[in-house]
Ligand binder design. Structure first.
Ligand code: PAF
Length: 278
C-alpha cells in the first residue's frame, strides 16, 4: 500500500490507474479505524479495481474544539489495518493541503441539515460537505462508500452528489455492531468500562423500537425509550427521533422500510449516535 500526502501525487497515481481502465472505489475516513471501516474497504475492493482510503480529521466539521482535540488518533494501527484489508492507496493530507485558503462555502442542503444532528451540531454538515467535495475532486472516484451509522450524513452526501450532478455512485454500507449490539464507532475507545456497559442501552432501545413499531404508536415508542434510558445515570439523551428515511422529517406513524429511528446521546463525556431502519 502506498501512502501519499499531497493531492498532486495522489492524482498522478490515480490517473495512471484510470488510464489502464481501472475503476476507483473511495472510502473517506477520519482514522481510528475499526471493523466498520474495514467492511467499507472490503466492499470497495469487491466492486472496484483500485481502492483509495483517506484519513483526515476535518477541522471544519467540529463545532466543538474540545471534541476535535479529543478525537481518537491511531495512525500506525490504521495503516496496518488498511494494509491487511488490501487497500491500494492511503491519502493522509495535512490541514494546509486540504484548506490552503479558508473555506467560506455555505451549502444549501435542502433542509436535511436542519434536524437531529443539525440542531445539536450547527455547521457540522456544512463542514462535512466542504471536505467530502474536496476529497471527491481530488480522488474522482467511480464509487464512494459511506456507513449507514451516520444516517443523516449519508442522506446529505447523496443529496449534494445529486444536486451537483457528480458522476459518483454513493454506496451505503450496513452498520457493523459489537457482539452486544453497540454500533462500532471510532469514539467507542474513549468509553471507560462503566460507560461501555451503559452504552449498549442505546442499541437496545433501537432494537426495542424496531420490534415494537408494528404495535405501538410513535408517541408511545418515544415515551418507552425515554423511560428505558432515564434509568442509566451516565446516559444523557440529546434526541431520539422517528423520521422519514428520505426527508429526515419527524413522522407520526411508522411506514415500514421508509422510516428510521435515530438517537444521539452522551455516555459520560462521549457523544454517540446510532439508528435503525423500521
Ligand atoms: O464520517 C466520517 O468519518 C467523516 O464525516 C467524513 C465523511 C470522512 C468527512 O470528514
Amino acid at each position: 500500500m502506498q501512502e501519499t500526502f499531497t493531492i498532486a501525487q495522489l492524482q498522478e497515481i490515480i490517473l495512471n490507474h484510470k488510464k489502464a481502465g481501472k475503476t476507483i472505489g473511495f472510502v473517506p475516513t477520519m482514522g481510528a479505524l475499526h471493523a466498520g471501516h474495514i467492511s467499507l474497504i472490503n466492499k470497495a475492493r469487491a466492486e472496484n479495481n483500485f481502492v483509495v482510503c483517506s484519513i483526515f480529521i476535518n477541522p471544519t466539521q467540529f463545532n466543538d474544539q474540545n471534541d476535535l482535540i479529543k478525537y481518537p488518533r491511531t495512525p500506525e494501527l490504521d495503516k496496518q489495518l488498511l494494509l491487511n484489508a488490501g487497500c491500494d492507496i492511503l491519502f493522509s493530507p495535512t490541514v494546509n493541503e486540504m484548506y490552503p485558503v479558508k473555506d467560506e462555502r455555505i451549502f444549501d442542503l435542502g433542509g436535511l441539515d436542519k434536524v437531529m444532528e443539525g440542531v445539536y451540531r450547527p455547521g457540522h454538515f456544512n463542514g462535512v460537505v466542504q471536505i467530502v467535495l474536496k476529497l471527491f475532486d481530488a480522488v474522482k472516484p467511480n464509487r464512494a462508500y459511506f456507513g449507514k451509522k451516520d444516517f443523516q450524513q449519508l442522506a446529505i452526501i447523496k443529496y449534494i452528489t445529486k444536486q451537483l450532478n457528480l458522476p459518483i455512485q454513493i454506496i451505503p454500507c450496513e452498520t457493523i455492531r459489537e457482539e452486544d449490539g453497540l454500533a462500532m464507532s471510532s469514539r467507542n475507545i474513549r468509553l471507560n468500562s462503566v460507560e461501555r456497559n451503559q452504552a449498549i442501552q442505546l442499541s437496545k432501545a433501537l432494537f426495542f423500537v424496531k420490534e415494537n413499531a408494528p404495535h405501538l404508536s410513535v408517541k408511545e415508542l418515544k415515551q418507552k425509550v425515554n423511560e428505558m434510558l432515564s434509568c442509566y445515570d451516565l446516559i444523557k439523551t440529546e434526541y431520539f427521533e422517528i423520521a422519514d428515511s428520505e426527508t429526515l422529517q419527524p413522522v407520526d406513524t411508522v411506514t415500514p422500510d421508509k422510516t428510521v429511528a435515530c438517537i444521539a446521546a452522551y455516555v459520560g463525556n462521549v457523544r454517540l449516535i446510532d439508528n435503525i431502519s423500521l
